[in-house]
Design a protein around this ligand. Structure first.
Ligand code: ATP
Ligand code: MG
Length: 350
């Protein structure tokens, strides 16, 4: 009967990867006990799977359709797959968060994407590549922390809110301006990537500085990047710069995995009225890229950034936090799709 169950599972498609769970190697265990009680363990391609509920429903329906099966228990595990070679030793995916225009909320979004993925159970690192205007440390409440070196003389990322991060803010004396030029910048980013003890990571999220300059380019030349996320407001001035960022990533052969529209709208807390301060829906104008989320302007989100707690953790039920959590899962899904493109057609079956 186990074979019949496996065969039934072979008809269940992963809704995003458009292949069946068996050939994707996602069925980790199948057992059929006395009286037709089946147990199925599904190994998802990310703990932040956006479609877990649907997969569970489909698995249940398929297995219960096998003659003799009376009940089914579905459990989940997750293992993020890298696309071929890992980006860095132990690091499966490097993901860039960029924008073009400054001040649209890249750092806030990067911090919250990282925190949301970590809360879902992924191993997450966050690299602040904005060496002139680092804000990640502050947004994680770690502005005063200092980076130390480990026994191998590698930089030890700082742990906070379930993730680890590195930022220039924790290296340079507070309040001091950095006057680095291109080559030094290049080596600083390289050191953050390669001379740091990141350990095993599913996702290393990189918060980029605004624009389409040296840092962005040097990153794409230093390490294999799975993809980039564009953050923009719905305003035309932001969209024009965002389109430029999309173009830059395309030219550097970095896949753009989607767009997050930040400051999409504002709901007045006193009246409940919605205002589209910067227009709305503009991100759809960005050449058919997947829209990963629309994050409203939110007072708590701004306060949380200043207090140093990612809003997805501090106010998980707010509309902003929900949109950011949804965007993190959608992104994880896109990364799985991206990794699958590199996989062989048929994987070994349990
Ligand atoms: N959805 C939001 N609701 C309320 N405030 C927000 C939101 N997104 C960002 N902010 C606030 O807007 C300001 C700018 O955000 P942030 O620093 O993340 O932008 P950025 O794109 O990284 O800027 P830069 O280009 O300087 O790196 C911050 O004070 C942040 O707290
Ligand atoms: Mg920033």
């Amino acid at each position: 009967m186990r074979d019949a169950v496996l065969k039934a599972l072979g008809t269940v498609q992963d809704p995003e990867l458009h292949r069946d769970l068996v050939s994707l190697g996602m069925i980790e265990r199948v057992e059929v006990g006395e009286g037709g009680a089946a147990q199925v363990k599904v190994n998802l391609t990310t703990p932040a799977c956006p479609l877990k509920d649907q997969i569970e429903r489909d698995v249940r329906a398929a297995v219960l359709g096998v003659p003799g099966i009376r009940e089914v228990t579905v459990t989940f595990g997750a293992m993020v797959r890298s696309s071929g070679q890992p980006a860095l030793p132990g690091v499966k995916h490097v993901l860039l968060v960029g924008s073009g225009k400054g001040g649209v909320g890249k750092s806030s979004v990067a911090v919250n994407l990282a925190a949301a993925l970590a809360r879902d159970g992924a191993r997450v690192g966050l690299l602040d590549a904005d060496v002139y205007g680092p804000s990640v440390a502050h947004m994680l409440g770690q502005g005063a922390a200092r980076v130390t070196a480990n026994a191998e003389r590698k930089m030890q990322p700082i742990e906070a809110h379930g993730l680890r991060f590195l930022s220039m803010a924790n290296l340079a004396p507070a309040g001091q301006a950095l006057v680095w030029r291109g080559p030094m910048l290049h080596s600083a980013i390289g050191q953050f990537l390669k001379d740091a003890a990141w350990g095993d990571l599913d996702y290393l999220i990189v918060d980029l500085p605004p624009g389409t300059g040296d840092v962005q380019l040097s990153l794409t030349q230093t390490v294999q990047i799975t993809g980039a996320v564009i953050v923009t407001t719905p305003q035309d001035v932001a969209l024009i710069d965002a389109a430029r960022a999309v173009d830059m990533f395309r030219k550097a052969s970095v896949p753009v995995l989607g767009v997050i529209e930040n400051m999409s709208y504002f709901v007045a807390p006193d009246t409940g009225l919605t205002y589209d301060l910067f227009g709305r829906g503009g991100a759809q104008k960005l050449g058919g890229l997947p829209l990963l989320g629309e994050v409203p302007l939110d007072l708590d989100a701004r306060r949380d950034a200043d207090t140093g707690i990612p809003t997805v953790l501090a106010h998980p039920d707010s509309a902003a936090a929900q949109a950011l959590t949804g965007a993190a899962r959608a992104l994880a899904g896109r990364v799985s799709v991206q990794a699958l493109a590199q996989l062989p057609d048929q994987l070994p079956v349990v």
